[in-house]
Design a protein around this ligand. Sequence first.
Ligand code: C5P
Length: 222
Amino acid sequence: MEKFNIAIDGPAGAGKSTIARLVAGALGFVYVDTGAMYRAVTWKILREGLQAEQISDMIALTGRMDIRLVPGSDGQMVFVDGKDVTGMIRLAEVTGNVSRIASIAEIRNILTAKQQEMAQSKGIVMDGRDIGSHVLPDAEVKVFLTASVSVRAQRRFKEICDSQPDITLERLERDIAERDRMDEQREASPLVKAPDAVLLDTTDMTIPQVVDRILELCKLQV
Ligand code: C5P
């Protein structure tokens, strides 16, 4: 099959990473989780102890960072300067700070350039917030995945309740709504549906139904 690129955007907890991974597997394409890149930068900034006002230090640090996304048996692994940070980038402290760091335009520019480079050879399924609208405006297939906030919080809750026993559904719903608000309202490439993206509201859809729908869209490419 001729290779092409697929952009999957949407708010937190819409199921982007699960869906993108399955679509990539079905097509033999490479999955790129751009949220993991923003999380990796946030993890490093927190680890270096940079304060909220040290924006230029954050940008310089991002520029120096070597971020690698490596397919693993249990999903995508993330390495920063050779260190495996796959688990650490999902910690609550990173999740609570990532949208603030992702609103810095220069940090976005650095990560956008890396993402565009990854997609150059085609055969990529990339998920994020600004992929169809900004990073890969020429992606052959663009999907905007969404679902109601309560369904998204319930899905996230099921995923993390074992590893974070203190978390409550109410708290998750609040956090997700706040992250959406920050991602939608930032000036630099906000979360937005690209005009030519296909909107899929997955509130009442199963995972296989969503994957099949996207694979159907891909057939139009062949
Ligand atoms: O996808 P995930 O929820 O892991 O993304 C974490 C955060 O990274 C998002 O809430 C958003 O602030 C930021 N992000 C972004 N642009 C992307 C991907 C993620 O701003 N393309």
